[in-house]
Design a binder for this molecule. Sequence first.
Ligand code: KG4
Ligand code: ZN
Length: 414
Amino acid sequence: MLILNKTAGVFSKPSKRKIYEFLRSFNFHPGKQFLHKLVLGIETSCDDTAAAVVDETGNVLGEAIHSQTEVHLKTGGIIPPVAQQLHRENIQRIVQEALFASQVSPSELSAIATTVKPGLALSLGVGLSFSLQLVDQLKKPFIPIHHMEAHALTIRLTNKVEFPFLVLLISGGHCLLALVRGVSDFLLLGKSLDIAPGDMLDKVARRLSLIKHPECSTMSGGKAIEHLAKQGNKLHFDLKPPMQRAKNCDFSFSGLQHILDRIIMQKEKEEGIEKGQILSSAADIAAAVQHTTACHIAKRTHRAILFCKQRGLLCQSNAVLVVSGGVASNLYIRKALEIVTNATQCTLLCPPPKLCTDNGIMIAWNGIERLRAGLGILHDTEGIRYEPKCPLGVDISKEVGEAAIKVPRLKMKI
Ligand code: KG4
Ligand code: ZN
């Protein structure tokens, strides 16, 4: 049974006529034989409407994406009904563009894979209802995708990475450390107890009014902080990394955000400026918050590596740490993580930036991984539902905390 969430609009499916018209638009016969499995991936879990066609060997045959970032930047954050409306307006065009670019006709697809969890209810609903119509018309198997699993496995499309490996997902909506043991076999080692690092950086950037800064006006909050930090002195503010006493792999960023709120208010008083104007110390604040964020993330990741090695969950030498998500594009944070991987004889891998953020390719690739492993392929979509909240794998974060591993101090000379 579908979730009966009227506001989510799950049942305001596109009309049958619209879907027929959509399918009729693919009247070409490419005349080429596809020897490999082909999956159409559809992603609408947050504020990107994305689709892609990927084959079994990892070739991306076609892709399209519509980002809502610009709209949400103006309103200072994602307003779910606005995101839902934009997904509705764009989903058909985006799927059509991805299929046209791939030169694959819908009848040649092996399956359709769509993000169904976790994410914004209103956004997930649009992708799911569109996909179910398509699956129904085409009589194709449906593969429901867990958004975080898709992020975690993307690296296997670009690099030869065998299981098990460690993954750190850091973005505006995600913050977790997990051990990936198989296509649908994950151990959750730690997660943020409050907000994600990208969310915190976005809030600090907004509080600093960086959108008014001539060099940062088109950048996301996190990117603006990275940009300004290069001009600042991180030592001008003494920020302590969060949760230093908790010997686990969980994260916390809201305390840091509140400390920065107070610092900014104090500085506004000192500099005699109004809220909304740019502080002369903005670059120093950016450098300090970026450094503290990097140290916090590096320390928790270091502990996760040590825990996994101690328990024989990762090999002693040559273990792989994959870092993904929007915040993973921050070079300062990457360098902090490199210090950790060098000290622990691990290899640090990051997917290319466009695959770090939300996209349709990772969903299609997860569909391919699942097809190959024979996992979670549905021939009957009765009972399929979206799940706004859904943990990743088996949560062993308590066990990690009980192990209370002391992490050796590393010099964060970045
Ligand atoms: O993965 P993503 O595109 O969307 C989700 O949040 O799921 O990540 C966007 C987040 C935003 O919070 C943005 O401020 C942050 O990633 N971000 C960065 C950088 N570029 C984007 N954070 C730090 N440094 C960056 N260079
Ligand atoms: Zn994501």
